[in-house]
Ligand binder design. Structure first.
Ligand SMILES: [Fe+2]
Length: 454
């Protein structure tokens, strides 16, 4: 008892909200992080340097009248007092509610849903998002996505941006300035950046509304990095240290199943949704080597997974624009798949049809036909778009079928008979309260895109 005497009581620690993720038919990961002071100059989250017990509960109902499971997890200072509870023994394709208690405080309630049984033909609704730059505006799109209560939310990268506050911000673009003027390079800086983002109530609402599947792109580490090449002249070994710090902070703030160990953070994975969809989450950033986008091990995994998939829809979820693009003025992007045409050709050759690629990164919404499938590109949640001339691009690239220049998200519905996508858009992010509209809707028909909203 002696060591507990004189211990200061922790203030309300659930300031970063709660979340769940990685749905399996029998379970999910529950997440929270204790942080009474989200951004603190010396102590991560304003927490004391000791472990804290956190109780978790899973219930059938949001009022917790029928609690099905409960247990205790330990929030450790080495992992920024984050908690990742691996719940098992749940029913497939079922909604549940969860919450945490610690040091006399109770967290907000989260809703989650398990994945369907492998033989299920139950349809699945998926929210798809990317590129949420805090400084660039309000996450109103996430508030609307939360209200849709999808079965799962896919985040395709740029959950944070590593940049510091610029000395001379462009007028009208820095809506919510960060306190930090320096680029994130250390574990402490990345932790503070996630904590700042996660104080956002709309982001918290989206995490509390559905389980997430997340994949980092470049900005979780550094702009346009490729494999172990940071592109700024620093050595691969120095960059590896930075990347490990970035991935540790990423893990600490998201409901992931796999903890980083040493230099290894594996994000590519297969998440099946019954007989309806195989989700292949693909890391097109970490294993780049020369003209090889995925690295031999991941490419072998992906192509054999695509060849053996018997699901109605073979869905590749990854960060970068997949379809070829010709630009009216500038050269093709060498950071996206146009810079890796052989890798792209090998992936496409592995699947005869019914391929759906979900991507983000470009901060505008697009749709494309790929021959044996289609691609849906989600816009950014807030990140400022490039000055793309959408109609010139559509005229120059007949396989591109849609452009929208507003911020937003995708709402996907996949069933045994249909794959439909609605492009949701918000007209502004520089102030709160934007309504949501449907900018376009598509159905996949024989590997082609059909408009559903005209
Ligand atoms: Fe981005």
């Amino acid at each position: 008892m002696h060591e507990y005497s004189g211990m200061a009581k922790i203030q309300f620690p659930f300031t970063l909200g709660v979340g769940s993720g990685e749905p399996y038919p029998d379970g999910v990961i529950l997440w929270t992080r204790l942080a009474p002071e989200p951004v603190h100059p010396t102590k991560p989250g304003g927490m004391p340097n000791r472990s804290v017990s956190v109780r978790w509960e899973v219930a059938e109902d949001a009022a917790f009248r029928t609690v099905l499971q409960a247990g205790t997890a330990t929030a450790q200072p080495d992992w920024a007092h984050s908690v990742h509870v691996r719940v098992t023994g749940l029913r497939a394709g079922t909604e549940y509610f969860y919450r945490f208690t610690a040091e006399g405080h109770t967290s907000p309630v989260g809703r989650t849903k398990t994945a369907p049984d492998p033989l299920s033909e139950q349809p699945v609704r998926i929210g798809v998002i990317s590129c949420q730059r805090y400084e660039h505006g309000y996450f109103t799109a996430l508030k609307h996505l939360a209200a849709e209560r999808p079965d799962v939310i896919l985040h395709l990268g740029d959950y944070i941006y590593e940049y510091g506050k610029p000395a001379n911000p462009a007028p009208g673009r820095y809506i919510r300035p960060l306190e930090s003027t320096t680029e994130c390079k250390t574990l402490g800086a990345y932790r503070d950046r996630y904590a700042r983002y996660k104080t956002d109530k709309d982001l918290q609402a989206a995490h509390a509304a559905a389980p997430w599947l997340t994949l980092p792109d470049d900005h979780e580490v550094k702009d346009n990095y490729a494999g172990l090449l940071p592109g700024d002249g620093s050595s691969p070994s120095a960059f590896l240290k930075r990347r490990n710090a970035a991935f540790k902070a990423y893990y600490e703030h998201l409901p992931l199943r796999v903890k980083p160990v040493g230099n290894n953070s594996q994000f590519y994975r297969w998440r099946p949704y019954g007989k309806v969809a195989d989700l292949m989450i693909v890391d097109a950033r970490q294993y780049r080597d020369g003209r090889d986008m995925l690295g031999p091990t991941q490419e072998q995994w992906l192509t054999s997974r695509l060849r053996s998939s018997t699901a109605r829809w073979k869905v590749i979820a990854q960060a970068l624009f997949f379809a070829p693009r010709k630009f009216p003025l500038e050269p093709a992007s060498s950071d996206a798949w146009d810079g890796f045409p052989q890798s792209r050709a090998r992936v496409l050759a592995a699947v005869p049809g019914d391929l759906v690629v979900l991507s983000g990164d470009v901060h505008n919404a697009w749709a494309a036909e790929l021959g044996n499938g289609v691609e849906f590109v989600t816009s950014s949640v807030t990140s400022h778009p490039p000055g793309t001339d959408g109609s010139a691009m559509l005229a120059l690239n007949p396989h591109l079928k849609f452009f929208d220049g507003r911020r937003g998200y995708l709402l996907v519905t996949a069933s045994m008979t249909e794959f439909t996508v609605d492009y949701r858009a918000v007209p502004y992010v520089d102030r709160t309260g934007a309504p949501v509209v449907t900018a376009g809707g598509f159905r996949v028909q024989d590997n082609k895109l059909q408009r559903t909203d005209l």
